[in-house]
Write a protein that binds this ligand. Structure first.
Ligand code: NAP
Length: 237
């Protein structure tokens, strides 16, 4: 399952995991058209994909959707979880409103707790699981105008490292992928031409490049990697 799989990095991850023969659950919030497009891109090439809409920031919505899915699929479990859904609500802290702070913390951090705790039990019972959290360079070094976002992404790193220790003996790995600037809707309001000059590789990354790293972490080749933060940022640090 990929949260926020309708667009951007999440869509690329859905396509990557489908190409690795996973049946993909595409979560999204409101953008049903984009989610259907992601599903079609997978099914047109012979893959399996199901839509699973819910609001990751709302524990009731998460619980209702996942309980329903589990009762409809009693013989299956979700073995790979990519916590990707996220938003930005940038403002200098002196101007930041309560909603800008809480919306980002709820969507980018609390969602990790709401979704992961629901799926963890089955991973532990089956003694196999992959949890891949999409962090950000902003959570590693902090970025002005993003105290909310940097806080959420940094806290996710702490939670990842703690959870990795709790579940390692059951062959469940938990890691963070921390992208720099990636060309998606989330970054379309930024001045790409100027910002890319700050990147040693002089360009923004592509969603497919992030998806390739997530695919590796989901694979058996990454079985001994857990509790790690892996950056993908063209050399920007
Ligand atoms: P994006 O293009 O804006 O897509 C955001 C995705 O998250 C959409 O699928 C959206 O669903 C979903 N989403 C948002 N709020 C949700 C909610 N409450 N419940 C369920 N789904 C929700 O963003 P992106 O650039 O691909 O970013 C994906 C992740 O990468 C985020 O965690 C972001 O913080 C991280 N990241 C991005 C960059 C970058 O440069 N782009 C850099 C570092 C980290 P709908 O389509 O239904 O709205």
């Amino acid at each position: 399952m990929i949260t926020g799989g309708s667009r951007g990095i999440g869509r690329a991850i859905c396509l990557k995991l489908a190409s690795m023969d996973y049946a993909v659950l595409i979560n999204y919030s409101t953008n049903v058209e984009s989610a259907i497009e992601t599903q079609k891109l997978i099914t047109d090439t012979g893959g399996m994909a199901e839509l699973l809409p819910f609001d990751v920031s709302d524990p009731k919505s998460v619980d209702a959707a996942l309980e329903q899915w589990c009762s409809n699929h009693p013989e299956e479990y979700i073995s790979v979880l990519v916590n990707n859904a996220g938003i930005r609500r940038d403002a200098l802290m002196i101007f930041m409103q309560n909603e800008q702070w809480t919306d980002v913390i709820n969507t980018d951090l609390n969602s990790f707790f709401y979704v992961t705790r629901r799926l963890l039990k089955d991973m532990l019972i089956h003694r196999y699981g992959r949890i891949i959290n999409i962090g950000s360079l902003s959570g590693l070094r902090g970025l002005g105008g993003q105290t909310n976002y940097s806080a959420a992404k940094a806290a996710m790193i702490g939670a990842t490292k703690a959870l990795a220790q709790e579940v390692a003996s059951r062959k469940v790995t938990v890691n963070v992928v921390a992208p720099g600037f990636i060309s998606t809707n989330m970054t379309k309001d930024l001045d790409e031409k100027n910002l890319q000059e700050t990147v040693p590789m002089k360009r923004f990354g592509k969603p497919e490049e992030v998806a390739a790293l997530v695919g590796f972490l989901a694979s058996d080749d990454a079985a001994y990697i857990t509790g790690e933060v892996i950056s993908i940022n063209g050399g920007l640090s």
